[in-house]
Ligand binder design. Structure first.
Ligand SMILES: Cc1cc2nc3c(=O)[nH]c(=O)nc-3n(C[C@H](O)[C@H](O)[C@H](O)COP(=O)(O)OP(=O)(O)OC[C@H]3O[C@@H](n4cnc5c(N)ncnc54)[C@H](O)[C@@H]3O)c2cc1C
Length: 316
């Protein structure tokens, strides 16, 4: 059977109360479900099965699974939850959450409601791509956002970085250890500080000041077309998507946010709302499967201890 199609049988009936509800069954949510299942906690993980990284050919830089396709990685995670019979993964969206006595009530996309003592948000982020023609078509094929995830795959190739922001400069500098041919497509070079210009120059990164009109795939490469005339051939382009929380559940419960738009938590994943934990991309500035997996496990340890020795009532 195709691993991506592994069915997880419904294990609980509507109206049941859970120890933990997890919103999002990606690396963070599945990792938490595994730890909690092993402690015989009654867990419901809900997932819309629309992860941002599904478009990618492989998860890179994840120990023991380097290059495994994202969907397969999740399927392995779900398969390994099978023995833990107190865990159910359900394909449905979490739409609403509210604090309810000493726990939470979660409204699901199928119209049902579940009660849970603790709530873990692991729903990840929405990646909003820059407004540049051609980027959506080439996303995750020749357009990338993360040098650690896809830099190795374009080593020694012709690479461009789109933008003048601090993140764009950072990406260009990181990529310069992988290839000698990095160009920063920055139409407002005056926006770069003297320090940035010096770092770029020292790293051998050229700055292209013409304004980019669109990109497209041409002759097994990317054609970067400039607004006036002329174009440039590159093998890959790096962009800086704007990351937004994939749901407003944390905000609706009154949780504090960080300046970068993730949910503020302590080291264990506990948000500013008692009983509400957040793991994975939704709670960190580093988007990585390894980091998300670790933070899901870390949150699960804290939640399990919190259930064993309750510190305070959820929501208070
Ligand atoms: C194109 C791309 C390529 C990447 N490549 C790599 C790589 O090579 N290596 C690496 O380490 N990292 C990579 N990353 C980053 C990595 O994918 C993320 O850091 C990681 O997946 C975050 O895990 P997560 O569990 O926090 O969230 P996600 O993996 O995003 O999972 C969140 C899940 O929650 C579900 N969900 C969202 N809202 C709801 C809701 N309201 N109700 C129910 N379910 C919901 C989603 O459908 C999704 O399945 C890549 C990211 C992208 C976008």
């Amino acid at each position: 059977m195709d691993r991506a199609e592994i069915p997880i049988q419904p294990r609980f009936t509507e109206g049941e109360a859970f120890d933990v509800a997890i919103v999002g069954a990606g690396p963070a949510g599945l990792s938490a479900a595994l730890i909690l299942g092993r402690m015989r906690r009654k867990v419901l993980a809900v997932d819309t099965e629309a992860p941002a990284h599904a478009v990618s050919d492989g998860v890179h830089g994840f120990l023991a699974q380097d290059g495994t396709p994202p969907v397969e990685l999740r399927a392995i995670g779900r398969e390994q939850l099978e023995p833990y019979t107190t865990v159910e993964v359900r394909r449905v969206a979490a739409r609403l959450a509210r604090i309810d006595n000493d726990g939470f009530e979660l409204g699901l996309g199928d119209g049902s409601t579940v009660r849970t003592a603790r709530l873990l948000l692991a729903h990840g982020m929405h990646y909003a791509l820059p407004d540049l023609d051609g980027v959506p078509e080439a996303w995750a094929k020749r357009v990338f956002h993360c040098p650690y995830c896809h830099g190795w795959e374009v080593r020694d190739q012709r690479v461009a970085v789109y933008g003048c922001s601090e993140r764009a400069v950072h990406q260009a500098l990181l990529l310069s250890s992988l290839t000698d041919d990095v160009i920063l497509l920055c139409a407002h070079a005056s926006a770069l500080t003297p320090d940035q210009q010096e770092h770029l120059s020292r790293a051998g990164v050229d700055i292209e000041p013409r304004s980019v009109q669109r990109i497209d795939e041409h002759d097994e490469a990317l054609r970067v077309a400039f607004a006036g005339a002329g174009d440039l051939r590159r093998d890959a382009l790096f962009v800086q998507p704007k990351l937004e929380l994939a749901s407003n559940l944390a905000a609706s419960l009154g949780a504090e946010m960080t300046e970068t738009g993730t949910v503020a938590t302590d080291d264990s994943g506990l948000s500013t709302v008692a009983g509400l934990y957040v793991a994975g991309d939704a709670a960190t500035s580093v988007q990585s499967v390894a980091v998300a997996t670790a933070s899901g496990a870390r949150a699960a340890y804290a939640i399990n201890a919190d259930l064993a020795i309750p510190r305070h009532r959820a929501g208070s």
